[in-house]
Design a protein around this ligand. Structure first.
Ligand code: EPU
Length: 421
């Protein structure tokens, strides 16, 4: 196993480039199951989750691979589809469950392993399965697999119990080739949902309302694509804004999607971070001490749960106290005890954390527990006095492309080492 060793205290300077969005790329890649012809995707981040997606597509009969050894384009060539998504792959990446709908749409049958919970919560998928059943799928659970059959998926009027990102994406994919009109209500409005709908529309789908809470899909008989460029990763961009801000540095975050980060930038502004949007991204700097703030995670356009841990790292050093309320996942505070090992003053009570700003953090060995918790520890490490060893960084590698290279180029003293070193 590998770890990141960070020697904190260097203000970041220079330009950091944002990669393509992991959470947009995953459903978009899976949606190529719906296509009749090969398609090339650009701006795909080179991440572990993307390699897992390629493997899954391969197993399902849609060979997918990066077109070269270091670039960001993937060619997917839909072929003879296979209906089974094995547990070995689904267990390493729960977003794989999104192939159920597309397989039912194309084959009228599917056998997809049911993902288990993960570190941040139980994460059931009953909103997905109930909605697919409304579209005419017969689903049964057999030995840990959802086994589905249908003659042809039919358009339906579906109201989610609450906005679910994966559920909304899944049902859009199921509905594009269905018979008739599907109306999805109480949808997730996240930019990644919009990116998926835009890709499918570019292939001939008839989706409208993406980005609002009611999405309408008129089924079409076939989809043909050619090329598509995935949107930039708003969470990676936000993570770099936080990294620059905590070190008191001055950076350009190039390719930073500004509109999609409105809530994050507003909160950082409240905390005393100066953010200047310009044509190619955002300039970020901080002069005085950070100020405490109160924040609650909400579905988009509210403050994203995927930035909660990173913002909390900033709050640990802010003047006064801050509060964080996590409303999306039931167990997304695993960074808290680790930040406390670095000297942070945080009190946890259920879904609420109260953070009293301290003057300094000190480097320590800490354990990454999930993707965004890991990012929070890296951010804290960049500001801490002394060395921080962030262990179990395979979590980080699922969602950040070469984070240590990007930070190093901005002056951070950070290196990847074997856990045993
Ligand atoms: N939920 C249910 N039942 C369902 C579906 C969701 O109870 O059928 C619950 C979940 O357990 C969770 C809440 O509803 O408590 C929201 O879940 P949602 O379906 O919106 O999340 P997701 O699609 O599983 C995506 C991202 C997450 C991100 C969330 C929220 C991908 C691959 N994952 O997950 O990203 O936190 O939306 O914005 O797009 C990350 O990148 O670190 C990450 C976890």
């Amino acid at each position: 196993m590998e770890k990141l060793v960070i020697e904190g205290g260097v203000p970041l300077q220079g330009t950091i480039q944002v990669s393509g969005s992991k959470n947009a790329a995953l459903p978009i890649l899976f949606s190529s199951i719906l296509l009749d012809n090969p398609v090339t995707f650009h701006n795909v981040p080179r991440l572990r989750d993307i390699h897992t997606t390629n493997k899954m597509l391969q197993v399902l009969g849609c060979p997918a691979a990066f077109t070269d050894d270091s670039g960001h384009s993937i060619l997917v060539e839909p072929g003879r589809l296979e209906p089974e998504a094995p547990y070995e792959l689904v267990k390493t990446m729960r977003a794989s469950v999104l192939v159920l709908g597309p397989l039912l749409a194309r084959l009228g049958q599917a056998k997809v392993a049911l993902p288990g919970g993960c570190a941040i919560g139980a994460r059931p998928v009953e909103q997905h399965t109930k909605a697919l059943e409304k579209m005419g799928a017969e689903l049964e659970l057999e030995s840990g697999y959802v086994v589905g059959r249908c003659k042809k998926l039919r358009g339906a009027d579906i109201t989610f119990d609450f906005p679910t990102v994966g559920g909304t994406e899944h049902l859009i994919m199921a509905a594009v080739l269905a018979e008739g009109r599907t109306t999805l209500r109480s949808c997730a409005r996240e930019p990644e949902v919009v990116d998926l709908a835009n890709f499918l529309n570019a292939c001939g789908a008839k989706i409208s309302g993406q980005g609002t809470d009611v999405i309408t899909i008129d089924g079409v008989t076939g989809l043909r694509g050619s090329e598509y460029s995935v949107m930039p990763d708003r969470i990676e961009a936000g993570t770099f804004l936080a990294a620059a801000a905590i070190t008191g540095g001055e950076c350009e975050i190039e390719g930073c999607p500004i509109e999609e980060l409105t809530a994050v930038m507003a909160k950082m502004g409240e905390m005393g971070v100066t953010l200047e949007p310009h044509e190619n991204g955002v300039a970020v700097r901080r002069n005085g001490r950070l100020r405490g703030a109160d924040m609650m995670t909400r579905p988009y356009p509210g403050f994203p749960t995927d930035m909660q841990a990173q913002l909390m790292a900033l709050m640990t050093l802010a003047e006064g106290s801050s509060t964080v309320e996590e409303t999306i996942f039931e167990n997304r505070f695993m960074h808290v005890p680790e930040l406390m090992r670095m000297g942070a003053d945080i009190k946890l009570s259920g879904s609420r954390a109260v953070i009293r700003g301290v003057r300094k953090l000190t480097g320590a060995p800490v354990m990454a527990s999930d993707l965004r918790a890991s990012a929070s520890l890296v951010i804290a490490g960049l500001a801490a006095k002394g060395e921080t060893h962030v262990q179990r960084i395979y979590h980080l590698d699922r969602g950040y492309e070469h984070i240590e290279h990007k930070l190093e180029r901005a002056g951070a003293r950070i290196r990847r080492m074997k856990d045993t070193e």
